[in-house]
Design a protein around this ligand. Structure first.
Ligand SMILES: Nc1ncnc2c1ncn2[C@@H]1O[C@H](COP(=O)(O)OP(=O)(O)OP(=O)(O)O)[C@@H](O)[C@H]1O
Length: 473
């Protein structure tokens, strides 16, 4: 038996018939197993994956239709071919209604059985594939997140595992990678999804207002406190409190936050009462939290309380083709908003976007597309519509490419003067340098262009010229 071959289960109580059906299928790439009654068939189906079951409707212990019904009820994914006696078309119709894949009327030829089994196998294969696709799409990005890269799949898995728990999630990542969007997705995946999601940007709140912002205050607690205020912790009761840029919180406030985490009670500024707040905390920083602890800027005890489920968001440059998914999404969104016809990117524009390192991550990409849409018309985004800094020779070099970036493929000075016969046409030398750079950069023209310190369009023009025989002047 080949473990990769699909199993065909033959359910037939007459040994001679079972043997001949088995022989009919002997040249097919399947594993055939034979049983002689319904009970054995069901027991086998329960233990082993069966692709196709060939089922005689007249069995000693059970009616074929009953077996069919039970196969469907147990959720076995087998396609069932029912064998009926001549003249029992009614039974065949009933079997089809019960979910059989096809029926064969006795007596039948080898070809009839082989063709029907092949059809069923193909049907099974397509159904399995469809299920796989549906399953995968169910595992797509949570919330409003966009991206299918492997790096983001890891993030989605952590979000999905952490979501149903109450554990604090500590998100790290460069600015603009989508930390807040992840916190929101986690909330939406959690049991608290119908409760509030309250984000607090610790970097945007003046130091002396932070306590009141998070824990609230009563009227008259300080100058300017003209009315009672609930504060983010009480507002997030039953939901999630997202503390963004937690690295910006001063040590005094960190102590108060630690107390809140330990006691789960809130004391508003200017009030003695303690109020309970059932809150899940998610926090984020674009600093290195461990380094902050070492430097004495972040309380170690608070860090360990918060750092229960660490989630590191990868920078955009490490997310394979997500740049294009995000670009297309933002292009569609902004073009619609602005009533523009821009619908797609030219291959050159896409190549440059893929090669660009995006130091400001998704936020920068969003801004680039936003302003590009405002400033341009037409239906295709071309290279010149993108900021020149992304593709000109002064651009930040794209993500590290193999050797080529560190060692631009300029011809090293010859150790000895060239003999006249060794001199090659300049165009050959250029072609050799360009093709060498493209190879060294894994086929990426924008990266090769950065390494050669020319714009990608120079290379595109040359490559096109070699193809058509018309070299650029
Ligand atoms: N994977 C993504 N899919 C769709 N949009 C995204 C994604 N990641 C980020 N964004 C968008 O990019 C912008 C920046 O994201 P967000 O504010 O979540 O980043 P951040 O890491 O919290 O930034 P900061 O460190 O500056 O606070 C937002 O408009 C957000 O909607």
């Amino acid at each position: 038996m080949n473990a990769h071959q699909p199993t065909v289960l033959i359910v037939e109580d007459v040994p001679a018939l079972a043997a001949s059906y088995s022989a009919f299928l002997s040249r097919e790439p399947v594993f055939v197993h034979t049983v002689s009654n319904g009970a054995e068939a069901l027991a086998y189906l329960e233990r082993r994956p069966v692709a196709v079951a060939v089922l005689d409707v007249h069995l000693p212990d059970m009616n074929g239709l009953e077996i069919l019904h039970r196969i469907r009820a147990m959720g076995a994914p087998a396609d069932v071919i029912v064998i009926t006696a001549e003249g029992s078309v009614k039974l065949a119709v009933e079997a089809m209604r019960e979910g059989a894949f096809d029926f064969i009327v006795k007596p039948f030829s080898k070809d009839r059985l082989v063709v029907t089994v092949r059809n069923a196998l193909e049907h099974r294969r397509l159904s399995d594939r469809l299920e796989e696709v549906v399953e995968q799409s169910g595992e797509g990005p949570p919330g409003r997140l966009i991206g299918q890269s492997l790096a983001m799949q890891v993030v989605y898995r952590i979000l999905r595992s952490a979501a149903p728990t109450n554990a604090t999630v500590f998100i790290t990542g460069e600015s603009g990678v989508g930390k807040e969007l992840c916190a929101e997705a986690l909330h939406k995946l959690s049991k608290r999804k119908d409760g509030p999601f309250v984000p607090v940007n610790c970097a945007a709140i003046p130091k002396d207002l932070m306590e009141s912002e998070i824990f609230g205050h009563v009227k008259g607690a300080f100058t300017g406190a003209s009315s009672d205020r609930k504060g983010a912790a009480l507002l997030a009761d039953g939901g999630t409190l997202f503390l963004d840029e937690i690295g910006e919180m001063d040590l005094g406030m960190q102590t108060k936050l630690l107390r809140f985490l330990q006691e789960k009670t809130v004391q508003r500024v200017g009030e003695d009462n303690l109020r309970r707040a059932d809150v899940r905390i998610v926090c984020a920083t674009n600093r290195d939290p461990q380094a902050e602890v070492m430097a004495g800027r972040f309380r170690e005890d608070l860090f360990y309380r918060l750092h229960v489920v660490p989630l590191e968001l990868p920078p955009l440059r490490e997310r394979d083709g997500d740049v294009l998914l995000l670009s297309r999404h933002f292009l569609e969104l902004f073009a619609k908003e602005d009533g523009k016809a821009l619908r797609a990117f030219s291959p050159e524009a896409e190549a440059v976007m893929l090669a660009y390192p995006w130091p400001g991550n998704v936020r920068q990409l969003q801004n680039v597309i936003r302003s590009m849409v405002v400033l341009n018309d037409g239906d295709v985004v071309t290279l010149d519509m993108l900021p020149k800094t992304m593709w000109s020779r002064h651009a930040t070099p794209p993500a590290p490419a193999p050797q080529a970036v560190q060692a631009p493929p300029q011809a090293p000075p010859p150790a000895t003067p060239l003999a006249a016969a060794e001199i090659r046409p300049l165009e050959d030398v250029i072609r050799c340098a360009i093709e060498g750079a493209i190879d060294a950069c894994g086929g990426s023209i924008p990266r090769a262009a950065a390494a050669l310190q020319v714009s990608p369009s120079t290379i595109y023009r040359r490559v096109e010229g070699w193809r058509t025989g018309e070299l650029p002047k």
